[in-house]
Write a protein that binds this ligand. Sequence first.
Ligand code: UD1
Ligand code: UDP
Length: 390
Amino acid sequence: MLLLGTRPEAIKLAPVARAMAASSLFEPMVVTTGQHREMLDQMLGLLGVGVKTDLAVMRDRQRLPELTARLVAGLGAAIRTERPDVVVVQGDTTTALCGALAAFYERVPVAHVEAGLRTGVLDNPFPEELNRRLIGRMAFWHFAPTARSAAHLRAEGVPAEQVITTGNTVVDNLLWVLREGTGRSAFRTGARRVLLTLHRRENQGHRMRAMGAALRQLADRGDVEIVLPLHRSPAVRDALLPELAGHPAVTVVEPLDYLDFAATLAACDLVLTDSGGVQEEAPSLGKPALVLRTTTERPEAVEAGAARLVGTDPQAILAAAVRLLDDRAEYGRMAQARHPFGDGRAAEHIVARLAEDFKGGPVRAGRSGAKEDDGRPLGDGASGSYDPTA
Ligand code: UD1
Ligand code: UDP
């Protein structure tokens, strides 16, 4: 059972769904929570598998406690009804957290795709850092995109044989979609092309409004076009639209479907973003990315020289963008394709490992890969190591 509820989960689980559908060993079943509505529906075509159940949980301006309650109850029921052999969750959303929790309660083993990302700051990003740490306590298989994320998990006590380094499935999808090649860029002019995405909860409100004001100053330069595919969150719209709507150098568009977003990314000169997925995609296409956050769980892009963590201070953001636009040498150093997040075969590795482990029959449910802090294994008190035939 592939559980997903938001745009990035659909994008990043699509390669897994496609790979499972192509394998005679698996029968992938997609359950969506509808944590996102329009932005999720826009991506479902990528999965290549129909949706079995949709919980339709989204509410306008949803708050996390109520969303969590709806999700745990709904997902528990779906898992109880379907009794899958494995529940696959992705990343660090509330859907992923609640999916792992509901599966653990129903004693169905959990596979976590994009495991082990950490900023080390519990409330930044909020609430994702907590979510992914909690999923790391509940999952059996931990599919880590990079060596660093795998190391985080081992350091937290997850047995090494349950940590599998695969690359990030977002690269699989990006390369697949660019091969399809039918998207259209949202840029309208020949000016310097800046792609902007902002949505993080910890930036919403006053901070995001101030960031919008700084980006308006960037647009005032007269030699740039900023394309802003606007997240559907009303909190994001409240913050950004008063500053950026109507500016002749700012093209505000509704969320782009993945083909068009990939084409827009491929066409841009510079990326400004607080998105996780966009931080991973930009280096693959050699697009310099300024990360508008105070922390990142994806330092691999920064270390590779493809991204810079510029923080959320409006003047610092403006200065960093201006510098990159004006300093050709600096720009040239960043604008080289690099692949810190994988080679596009992550889903293949994930499905191969699950296939190997399921050869001996269903994996026993309710066993966690993470050890308690005192070093004793969770669950039945048996060894934390994994025996697929148990
Ligand atoms: C959520 C995830 C975040 C992820 C982001 C991807 C959590 C806690 N947060 O962000 O990790 O990076 O999605 O985009 O899981 N809305 C719509 N239509 C949509 C989507 C959202 O109207 O298609 C509106 C609704 O009013 C909704 C609000 O946006 O209540 C916020 O949606 P939500 O999923 O809670 O977004 P975030 O938490 O900001
Ligand atoms: N994306 C998209 N259309 C858009 C904006 C983003 O398809 O208009 C894709 C983008 O390519 C990336 C993903 O959405 O793969 C990122 O989602 P988001 O920024 O909402 O969430 P995050 O990655 O921060 O969790």
